[in-house]
Design a protein around this ligand. Structure first.
Ligand code: ADP
Ligand code: ADP
Ligand code: ZN
Length: 213
């Protein structure tokens, strides 16, 4: 099963992708997590990506497509995956489509997690991320057991640099201009499904299960 998560930054794509990956035993592929891991490890790719991420801009396709294609070529992706944060514009969607066509394959569902902009700012200012394992919490909605500490690995939780309100607004604009056109792109292909992302995370997941089971 090959699934794409669509939705504004902070809509809950990562949260739902993680639940899908655990339930259906497929890898969760987040280009954002891959970039953050590269930044943490101080790689050249990470340093270059960071200059764009900190401004709320998309990382250039050339870099993004390369890390994406390397990742999906791995053995564990053979039977499917859930994509979180890729594709983020039409050229990336076309790269994905070409890669799948070559394998005689296609996307099963593009799931749009719908959340109005006014909820997004609150979601992102309350988001706390683990710098080691990428787990995500929310200070009100999904608090960790111990404040500031990751339940999964015990490391410190931080507010991402790009989750500060001034950057969030920029990211929302970038989303509207570059990513939202994917909704029509996948709708035309007949694979678009929408879920109400304002519900509790468990209820959102139930809607997703109704679609993919
Ligand atoms: P969120 O989960 O809040 O939507 P991500 O972790 O997916 O954020 O992405 C964080 C940042 O990483 C983006 O703002 C962008 O700079 C970069 N990024 C992630 N995926 C892509 C992509 N497919 N194309 C270009 N940039 C990307
Ligand atoms: P995205 O990957 O789309 O950027 P995340 O999955 O990281 O979004 O979620 C953004 C923030 O909102 C996180 O702090 C997360 O814990 C929280 N969150 C996710 N889903 C829900 C939900 N259904 N209700 C309330 N908060 C949520
Ligand atoms: Zn952790």
């Amino acid at each position: 099963m090959k699934i794409i998560m669509l939705g504004a930054p902070g809509a809950g794509k990562g949260t739902q992708a993680k639940m899908i990956a655990e339930t259906y035993h497929i890898p969760h592929i987040s280009t954002g997590d891959m970039f953050r891991m590269n930044i943490k490890n101080g790689t050249e790719l990470g340093m270059e990506a960071k200059t764009y991420m900190d401004q709320g801009l998309l990382v250039p396709d050339e870099l993004t497509v390369r890390i994406f294609l390397d990742r999906v070529a791995k053995e564990d992706c053979k039977d499917g995956y859930v994509l979180d944060g890729f594709p983020r514009n039409i050229p990336q969607a076309e790269v994905l489509e070409d890669a799948l066509n070559k394998l005689g394959d296609q996307i099963d569902y593009a799931i749009d997690v719908e959340v109005p902009d006014e909820n997004i700012i609150r979601r992102m200012s309350g988001r706390r991320a683990c710098t080691s394992c990428g787990a995500t919490y929310h200070i009100e909605h999904v608090p960790p057991k111990k404040e500031g500490i990751c339940d999964d690995c015990g490391d410190a939780l931080v507010l991402r640099d790009d989750d500060r309100p001034e950057t969030v607004e920029k990211r929302l604009r970038v989303y509207q201009e570059q990513t939202q056109p994917l909704i029509e792109f996948y709708s035309k292909k007949g694979v678009l499904r929408s879920v109400d992302g304002t519900k509790d995370m468990q209820d959102v997941f139930k809607e997703i299960e109704e679609i993919i089971k």
